[in-house]
Design a protein around this ligand. Sequence first.
Ligand code: C5P
Length: 401
Amino acid sequence: MEQAKSKRIVLGITGGIAAYKAAELARLLVKQGIEVQVAMTEAATHFITPATMQALTGHPVLIDQWQDDKGMSHIHASRAADAIVIAPATADFMAKLATGLADDLLSTLCLARDCPLLVAPAMNKQMWSNAATQRNMQRLQADGVTLLGPASGMQACGEEGMGRMLEAETLAQEILTTLQADVTTTSKRLSGKRILITAGPTYEAIDAVRGITNRSSGKMGYAIAQAAVEIGAQVILISGPVSLRPPVGAQVVKVTSAAEMFEAVKSEIVQADIFISVAAVADYRVAQASEQKIKKSDAALTLELVPNPDILAYVGALPNAPFCVGFAAESEKLREHATEKRKNKNIPLLAANLAQNAIGSDDNELVLFDDAGEHLLPRANKLTLARALLQHTAALYLKEK
Ligand code: C5P
């Protein structure tokens, strides 16, 4: 873990069994030189004692809204913080945050903040998948709150499923990245800009039931759309077939084939300021797709494949091209292929990754190629990478303007 100096966070603990992990989280953050002020809900004190948290952080724990003279501890603690982290966040506390309730010290502190808020949900899988919790989660994301997890796995109640809090080590890494990156400042200057993003695979029909596609999950493109919504951009997400929930606030155009994606891009591109081409567009389609299902036989079957249009190269060659960001998934010789692609497609910025590291995974590592050379975005989850990529894009885009 890298060192983050002189940063202060408020660590909010709410009442769930995962509260015990907050002790390890506090320890890891303090070890990194971060000043940690713990604030607990009353319910949290039934799972872990304030004395433990005070001993680990060196600061008395805030619990009661009225414990200081003027009832102003929420304003003071909130103003002093570089970030507020709620770990664990119960379903109940997420509901409070989503509706803007402030009926105890911790919720008041969150409402009074002017710094990033990171929330690590922890709950039973049924509570997590409940429509109300899912709605609250989407509301929070649309409000610019960062969700860390949850993960899937064995739960305290003995069931297995989605809702486990991320491990302390992972949370600490995410918090450090947020504190170090200071992502918001430059990126926020893209607020109001129109960002067009393609994501996911395309599907090229062979016949009525069969087709050619690839293993893109769409996670990277959707994470970029999420990060772009967070900074206040107008986001148009043109998505191939994926099973992901699009970010609230993005305008979504669903397509299937490369030809459909191309049409959708052509009709949206005129007004775009930035084009981020993340989709894994199929390079070929079947020359003559059959309307009916092709009957199986013992004879060999030959399909004629014809190349699909290169959407990014088309946009890059437009007379008034928006600022273009391309992606390259390679299985080897990353630098060589990425440099060549950036040149061929005539684009200022290209994010390259190794396909074997990226496909379907929640984490990735990117190398950015631009006129100044190459920049490594170290392994992190795709939302963290998306924010860093937007930060880099914003800096280059604003320099060009
Ligand atoms: O040439 P290659 O497919 O590796 O280039 C990848 C980049 O080009 C990605 O940004 C991808 O979205 C874009 N692309 C495209 N249309 C294609 C093929 C790739 O826009 N037909």
